[in-house]
Design a protein around this ligand. Structure first.
Ligand SMILES: Nc1ncnc2c1ncn2[C@@H]1O[C@H](COP(=O)(O)OP(=O)(O)OP(=O)(O)O)[C@@H](O)[C@H]1O
Length: 244
């Protein structure tokens, strides 16, 4: 089932930078990695998907609902961590989630325990967040994004700043949620190696355009790492622009 449809989306700022003519679809359970150098348009694209920036052209649909025309219906299916809001560290994970749950008046009382279970924090729910590792804090942020039972979760740099152990924890949690719950992830990251370990599909952006799109298993030639592949693709695109 197609969950997210991005069709020929363009957003150009006055300086001519932004996103040009990007199209792709996501299906249920996909873990899609959005990769690209700094300033290449990843955040602009994520913000358009969340309805925070309006495209100049093109359309974005979530479960068939247009983000610009039926914002409430479209966004009801989306959870996100864009700029990780720090939890209150003098409170427990449970109480932090209780605060976030105020935004969703129809939430079942059991949902907080459910999301804590999903991200593996149930045994530590009464402990103060102050004592949590960075990986646990990031999993708590993920739990908060899951409160409203979203089908699509958008994460901007979810493992940035984490140590190896934290990265492994967060990767494991994302994989479990995609496989076990059928949740779809759209993840933007600079950490190509890290993203390559969980994404089944990737899109590579350069200078506002999507220059490659596909299944990781199909894109990579034998013996090539995702890092080598991405660097080569971006260099090829830059060379082509230089001679255009
Ligand atoms: N509000 C704005 N006004 C003008 N230019 C902007 C604005 N926001 C972003 N840009 C420019 O648009 C381009 C794309 O920015 P964007 O933040 O989407 O890139 P990014 O790929 O997310 O970068 P990073 O990986 O560094 O976060 C950049 O050149 C940026 O300077």
């Amino acid at each position: 089932m197609t969950l997210l449809e991005i069709n020929e989306v363009t957003k150009l700022y006055k300086n001519g930078r932004g996103v040009r003519n990007v199209s792709f679809d996501l299906s249920r359970g996909d873990i899609f990695g959005l990769i690209g150098p700094n300033g290449t348009g990843k955040t602009t694209l994520l913000k358009m998907i969340m309805g925070l920036i309006r495209p100049d052209q093109g359309s974005i649909r979530i479960f068939g609902h247009s983000v610009t025309e039926s914002y409430e219906q479209a966004i009801a299916q989306v959870g996100c961590i864009i700029e990780t809001a720090d939890a209150y560290d003098y409170m427990s994970a449970y109480d932090n989630l209780k605060l976030s749950a105020r935004f969703y008046p129809d939430l079942a009382k059991t949902r907080i325990d459910q999301v804590l279970e999903l991200v593996g924090l149930a045994p530590y729910k009464k402990e103060r967040v102050r004592g949590y590792s960075l990986g646990m804090k990031q999993r708590l942020a993920l739990a908060s994004a899951l409160l409203s039972n979203p089908q699509l979760v958008i994460l901007d740099e979810p493992t940035n700043g984490l140590d190896i152990e934290g990265m492994v924890e967060v990767r494991h949690t994302i994989r479990q949620l995609a496989l076990g719950q059928g949740i779809t992830f759209l993840i933007s990251s600079h950490l190509i190696h890290d993203l390559g370990m969980i994404a089944n599909r990737i899109g590579i952006m350069n200078n506002g355009s999507l220059i490659r799109l596909g299944q990781v298993s199909e894109l990579l030639p034998d013996e090539t790492t995702l890092e080598q592949y991405v660097v080569t693709q971006i260099q090829t695109a830059k060379d082509a622009n230089a001679y255009a």
